[in-house]
Write a protein that binds this ligand. Structure first.
Ligand code: NAX
Ligand code: ADP
Ligand code: K
Length: 497
């Protein structure tokens, strides 16, 4: 797992490396700039007219070093420096190192429209992690020109004007790509930042042993899930179906039986030993045909689930997909929550029932996994002004329920009962289609049935779900992806890890 560091922690990491490698800060800046240029060469080497827009802090210092390195590679380079603020020492050194032949333009007032028309690629080196207040005045004017330019724009470390650790105001550069040094910033994981960041990439500037040492000493609430190999359990030679748990899936109602089918099929593909689906009577024939591997428990009512048989003997309950919110179903849910004390997976309408009947929240068994999408989360936890605030509410809900709360999205965030958050990195926009959440419920229920600890099940399950989506999209493209494809590619995802 990679730790997501705050701006202060990134500064501390730089200081740690400078002291312990040891390396001079100007040489660390050179390394960062070299990494940036290497990335440019690999990914944008055909853009020949580079415009480097610099502030006068260390981000601007990076910009000047990048300009020099590009000139050494024979690219056409022009530099713009926005005056203001005391130049940093390393900015001054790189200013002096810039070859004389490079055109340098000082921007001291409102720039003329079209100022960057010559450029085919702009490097945004105005402000990095040192941003301390919203950008306005001349900086906002320059940013307007950058954003109006037709050139591609690659941001150094973070788009200028975007705050790494909190909500942003003021002018912000809209980059096509952002090259972040060593670690991604928290803001990268939020939908509201996507239009500024474009695609983000990290480049390493710290020797790995120093990075490990620093990570070990540094506490953070935020992690990136970049591998899950260590979480996966192996199936033993002499194991049998009893070894892998008996899951009860409570899902489906009139008109939404497909949700139960998707969750059930995913549950089986996730490796559960036995599966029983509790369904309204009308679902009986449908489920027996669609999912022959599963047993079916039949509700007395035709269209809605209203009464469960004893839930004893099940290793886990997954509840919610396509369930509906009929009064009889609400009563049933109340009874299940009173009777069942093992961790459950709670999704979709089961979450909506919790949101509408808040007295039930205290009955959620500790160690459960809740999987709201942002709208369901809002119903549960209330409106928030921005995604930073939502993240805090997510941690608070996970602590309150002593459960894992997964807020689904492009980077699904997984909050542990201790309030530590893991951002998932697999998945793609092809998964923005009905039924993919039901598949996730199935996978998570299947993993809990096999006695994975709840947090491990959530991290592993969300990762596999996205990976199945990525493998499916690789073959089928994102436009045509449907939820059933995730189930089809789940075996490949398991094999891949
Ligand atoms: N050794 C290091 O410290 C390294 C630093 N690096 C670069 O250094 C950057 C951070 O540099 P700095 O800390 O100098 O920060 P910046 O270059 O982001 O800017 C800092 C300066 O801008 C001023 N400022 C902040 N907000 C402003 C606003 N709204 N309006 C006007 N002025 C404002 C600050 O008072 C300060 O003088 C990183 O993002 C990265 O690009 C990299 O070179 C890697 C190594
Ligand atoms: N743009 C995206 N990139 C990656 N994953 C996505 C994207 N959009 C949706 N997903 C994933 O698809 C699933 C959608 O779940 P949900 O909204 O509950 O759908 P449904 O209720 O139709 O099953 C979530 O796991 C989410 O993380
Ligand atoms: K920048």
């Amino acid at each position: 797992m990679t730790k997501i560091l705050t701006t202060d922690q990134i500064r501390a990491l730089d200081a740690y490396v400078i002291k312990h490698e040891p390396i001079a800060s100007i040489d660390l800046m050179e390394r960062a700039s070299q990494q940036f240029v290497d990335w440019l060469e690999d990914n944008a080497g055909d853009a020949h007219c580079y415009g480097i827009v610099c502030g006068t802090g260390n981000n601007g210092g990076d910009g000047l070093a990048i300009a020099r390195l590009l000139v050494e590679l024979d690219y056409d380079v022009k530099v713009w420096i926005v005056e203001g603020g005391k130049p940093s020492a390393d900015f001054e050194i790189n200013r002096a190192r810039l070859p004389e032949k490079v055109e340098v333009h000082m921007i001291t007032g409102t720039p003329a429209p079209g100022i960057f028309d010559w450029c085919t690629l702009l490097v945004d080196a105005l402000f990095g992690s040192g941003l301390s207040r919203p950008l306005e005045g001349i900086y906002a004017d320059v940013i307007d020109c950058i954003n109006a330019a037709e050139a591609l724009c690659v941001a150094v470390d973070i788009p200028s004007g975007l705050r790494a650790d909190g909500p942003s105001q003021g002018a912000i550069v809209r980059a096509t790509d952002t090259i972040s040094f060593q670690v991604p910033k928290l803001a990268f994981f939020f939908a509201s930042s996507a239009r500024y960041i474009g695609d983000w990439h990290t480049v390493n500037i710290v020797p790995w042993n120093l990075c490990e040492d620093f990570f070990e000493k540094t506490e953070t609430d935020h992690h990136v899930v970049d591998n899950v190999y260590h979480l996966k359990k192996h199936r033993e030679k002499f194991s049998h179906k009893g070894t892998y748990g008996h899951a009860l899936l409570v899902a489906g109602s009139y008109g939404k039986m497909g949700a139960a089918i998707l969750a059930a099929r995913a549950l089986l593909r996730a490796g559960v030993g036995l599966l029983t689906i509790h369904t309204p009577a009308r679902g009986y024939a449908i489920l027996q045909q669609a999912v022959p591997e599963a047993m079916v428990s039949i509700d007395p009512l035709e269209d809605y689930a209203s009464a469960l048989p004893s839930s004893d003997g099940y290793s886990v309950i997954g509840i919610g997909p396509g369930l509906g919110q009929a009064d009889v179903t609400v009563k049933m849910m109340h009874k299940i929550l009173e009777a069942y004390r093992k961790p459950m997976v709670i999704d979709a309408d089961a979450l909506n029932i919790l949101a509408a009947h808040r007295e039930l929240l205290s009955l959620v068994p500790p160690g459960s996994i809740l999987t709201p999408h942002p709208k369901e989360f809002e119903r549960l936890a209330g409106k928030t002004a921005n995604e930073f605030e939502r993240l805090e509410k997510q941690k608070a809900l996970a602590r309150q329920l002593r459960s894992v709360v997964v807020v689904k999205g492009a980077y699904s965030s997984i909050a542990s009962p201790e309030g530590v958050v893991y951002f998932n990195t697999t998945g793609n926009p092809g998964m923005a289609t009905g039924g993919t959440g039901d598949v996730l419920t199935g996978i998570l229920t299947g993993l809990l049935a096999q006695s994975y600890p709840s947090l491990d099940a959530a991290i592993l399950g969300v990762y596999l779900h996205g990976l199945a989506g990525d493998l499916a999209a690789h073959k089928l493209g994102v436009d045509s992806l449907i939820a059933s494809d995730l189930i089809r590619y789940l075996p490949a995802a398991f094999r891949k890890i």
